[in-house]
Design a protein around this ligand. Structure first.
Ligand SMILES: Nc1ncnc2c1ncn2[C@@H]1O[C@H](COP(=O)(O)OP(=O)(O)O)[C@@H](O)[C@H]1O
Ligand SMILES: [Mg+2]
Length: 363
């Protein structure tokens, strides 16, 4: 069917202005190995959404289709301030699609590529929000399986205590085990292997602890500027996840207390049993290790008037679930980017204001 192909793999410009399943496509936001994401207008509800069109080959895979429909229902039922709300998931012309809240801002991949290693306070704030999202999903029996910087969206936060508001996205979009998925028919891997847990590689059953591993890889990268394992090819990387010890984070970040190494050693353990019980438990240990036992002072909250007022981008006008909600992370925050900065030693001085709080700078 020529139309199936043109929906997904046609030149992006061909889809701009077209209507797909009741959405008018406005522009391409980004693309990953298995999908293209567009900013689109929901013509029924008159609101802006992010419309994700999945590769047609996924729609042809029955296992994936079943999982897609089951997990998108579960994900849509998750109402959490740090999980991108899913509005609708369905199929049109042989292409699976998901309509979700459009998040104005950046994704963590883009942010890390631009900023390099983050100050510990910033990394911890972002980590605490992602952790609360993952733990909430786990409580609902949902394992993400594809925690990576590209699936963490960073929008402007509400005030100086919360300079960024982070959303986790793409639940249930990976297939059950790595051995079945991520590889194209010619055996080439699409996507990244930087965050994949050893048990995913070996095809063992996965549970929430595979997300603890993937999440710890992401947090490691936030602090080190690179993921725990760097290898020349995919096979070597898969091997490393399964058998090699991750280099201590303090090799890349000698400014951090040595105690952080033990925290990552547990989170990145080959055996899921040795990892922390939850993502928030990992973040709590990391925070304690970074603070070295001394609690950082809490600077007074400063209201960001730009946030309190109208948004520059009319992106989710009409969306009733405002971003301003402070998540469970609000009590978790350590380190401020504004006001009296905590002790963030060495060359990683906090630098207000965070530039990703500026309007859209997507690719
Ligand atoms: N709800 C959303 N709002 C805004 N941008 C989004 C949304 N979902 C995804 N994106 C953007 O689209 C890009 C491509 O997404 P995706 O196809 O899932 O690939 P990947 O996750 O591998 O980067 C993401 O990296 C992100 O920047
Ligand atoms: Mg994604």
């Amino acid at each position: 069917m020529a139309r199936d192909t043109s929906l997904f793999s046609g030149r992006p410009s061909e889809l701009i202005g077209r209507q797909v399943a009741g959405y008018r496509i406005e522009r391409e936001i980004g693309r990953g190995g298995m999908a293209v994401v567009y900013r689109a207008r929901d013509l029924r509800l008159e609101r802006t959404v992010a419309l994700k069109l999945l590769a047609p080959e996924l729609a042809r895979n029955d296992t994936f289709r079943r999982r897609f429909s089951h997990e998108s229902r579960t994900a849509a039922a998750l109402d959490h301030p740090h999980i991108v709300p899913v509005f609708e998931a369905g199929e049109t012309d042989g292409v699976l699609y998901i309509a979700m809240r459009y998040v104005a801002g950046s994704d963590l991949r883009h942010l890390l590529d631009r900023e390099g290693p983050l100050p510990p306070g910033t990394a911890l704030r972002i980590a605490a929000q992602v952790a609360s999202a993952l733990d909430a999903a786990h409580e609902h029996g949902l394992v993400h399986r594809d925690v990576k910087p590209g699936n963490i969206l960073v929008a402007r936060g509400t005030d100086s205590d919360h300079p960024e508001h982070v959303y986790l996205t793409d639940f249930g979009l990976t297939k059950k085990s790595l051995s079945l998925t991520g590889f194209t028919t010619v055996g080439q891997f699409v996507g990244t292997l930087d965050y994949v847990a050893p048990e995913q590689i070996s095809g063992k059953p996965v549970d929430a602890r595979c997300d603890v591993y993937g999440f710890a890889c992401v947090v490691y990268e936030c602090l080190a500027g690179h993921p725990p394992f760097r290898r020349d090819d995919d096979m070597a990387l898969l091997w490393a996840h399964q058998y090699d010890e991750p280099p201590p984070l303090t090799e890349a970040r000698p400014d951090l207390a040595a105690a952080v190494d033990a925290v990552f050693a547990d989170a990145l353990a080959k055996s899921p049993d040795r990892r922390q019980d939850s993502c928030l438990a990992f973040v709590a240990e990391l925070r304690a290790a970074v603070a070295g036992g001394t609690a950082a002072g809490h600077a007074p909250t400063e209201v960001d008037l730009r946030v309190a007022g109208a948004r520059e981008e009319p992106a989710d006008a009409g969306d009733s679930r405002g971003r301003a909600t402070a998540g469970p992370s609000s009590q978790e925050s350590v380190g401020r980017v504004t006001a009296e900065p905590p002790k963030e030693s060495g060359r990683y001085e906090p630098k207000p204001p965070p530039r990703w709080a500026e309007p859209v700078f997507r690719r």
